[in-house]
Design a protein around this ligand. Sequence first.
Ligand SMILES: Nc1nc2c(ncn2[C@@H]2O[C@H](COP(=O)(O)OP(=O)(O)OP(=O)(O)O)[C@@H](O)[C@H]2O)c(=O)[nH]1
Ligand SMILES: [Mg+2]
Length: 243
Amino acid sequence: MANENKMSKLIRLRESKITCTGGVVFIGDGNTGKTHTALNLASFKKKKIKLVSIDELKKSINLEFNYFIFHSNIEEYQVTTSSQIFIMPGQKGRAEIGQGLAFEDAVDLYFSVSAINEVLTLVLTFDLTDIRTFQELEYWLERAMFRDIIKEYTSIVILGTHFDRKEEIVVTDEQIENAKVFVKNFILNKKGIDVALNNIYSVKVSNISDEGLDDLKQAIYTSFVTAFSIQQLISENNNLKYL
Ligand SMILES: Nc1nc2c(ncn2[C@@H]2O[C@H](COP(=O)(O)OP(=O)(O)OP(=O)(O)O)[C@@H](O)[C@H]2O)c(=O)[nH]1
Ligand SMILES: [Mg+2]
């Protein structure tokens, strides 16, 4: 299958080392914290990027790129995932001339590039204190499907930001759980792709306290392990070794 070929270019197994890479795409309304979350992920354990004031960090008017590397062990294998993070502009449709790029402009321009094509994790981002941004996820999911960003191997993360503003949180856990089922059915009905509920995660983060960032990293890592069927790869390799 063409798909498998493309995916196989993104993973290497040498002796007991497995290294893989793939795309993680953030979409969602403007001002929901996509840029801050990606910056925090990328600087994890190094210098933390703290909230930048609105004056310093304007709304994104282009595709932003970042990455992080995660090491772990599965059996005697050392697994390294290098996640390439792409943050889409939160502005809907197309931008006016001279106004940078909106979502559709960025997809046109960048999604012909291979690494971004293999989206292993799609992060639907909303602000826990703003119900409208949560409701708008349906719009973003629809655009992601229309633009072919979701593949058979893509996992979904429903990401609520502003977790530090506990008193102002309006989106409930029940609504988030319902959203998982909604996302699953939406993708199945519109695209015929059956994403397992296990591969639809919900994560809450604060970009102020860093609460939840570990959970987000773990969800992304797990979606890579799933997309590449790393567990299966390991048992096949073990079988070969002991033949
Ligand atoms: N309190 C709080 N503020 C946050 C958090 N995450 C982001 N913010 C603030 O929310 C605003 C928007 O954050 P961005 O990361 O620029 O949002 P974005 O989704 O990239 O927005 P666009 O680039 O316009 O699409 C900024 O003023 C941030 O300081 C959070 O977890 N808690
Ligand atoms: Mg941004």
